[in-house]
Design a protein around this ligand. Sequence first.
Ligand code: UDP
Length: 237
Amino acid sequence: MKYKRILLKLSGEALMGSQQFGIDPQRLEQYAQEVKRVKELGVEVAIVIGGGNIYRGIQAERTGIDRVQGDYMGMLATVINAMALQSILEKHGMFTRLMSGFKIEQVCEPFIRRRAVRHLEKGRIVIFGAGIGNPYFTTDSTASLRAIEVEADVVLKGTRVDGVYTADPEKDPTATRYTNISFQEVFEKGLNVMDMTAITLCQENNLPIIVFDMNKTGNLYNLVMGEEVGTLITTNK
Ligand code: UDP
């Protein structure tokens, strides 16, 4: 296998499946099976999950809720998803730990870097909930930061699109997919991959990102095995 320790970023929105809100049980089940396949290879797996299927801080301003308050609500939404994911992974026989960016002692451990690394070494899947615990950040930035902290080999951004395109493929039929691209080009071309903070963190720490379609069965396994799946973003193309 190509990667020994991965940080998988799952968006909250993807968890909705075909629903308009919340968690689609079939999608959750599929994710558990995908993760199990790579876990069985002996890969160390850390996961950051978003909360967009439940709440985003940016929505708050439209409804008269204070932005910072809204961001904390968004972070709590990620904890709800993380708990659902934890539960389904354990149902499939995997060992997990949920670590939170802020204190919610009854349901999560606080994030302590050394402890997270130890869990990974012991084969536990570590799920990072509540983002980094600060407003004005996203779970993409959380994914980059935690990946650097636990020294993951790669950030795997699982989305519903199969990589990075020259333009939005859902709007522009002439858009083509990159197989490899540099961080610099992502900035120069203004490509919509992850937010700037997330990409900058990876660039500065020379941590590759792969954007791939998490909804396609076998993709996660194949890319961990070194197959060319999605778009690889690195310092040098
Ligand atoms: N959030 C935050 N700080 C963080 C991570 C998340 O304030 O470190 C809030 C923010 O409001 C964000 C929401 O949590 O909109 C849900 O996360 P995100 O939008 O990244 O989820 P995704 O797009 O992956 O579903």
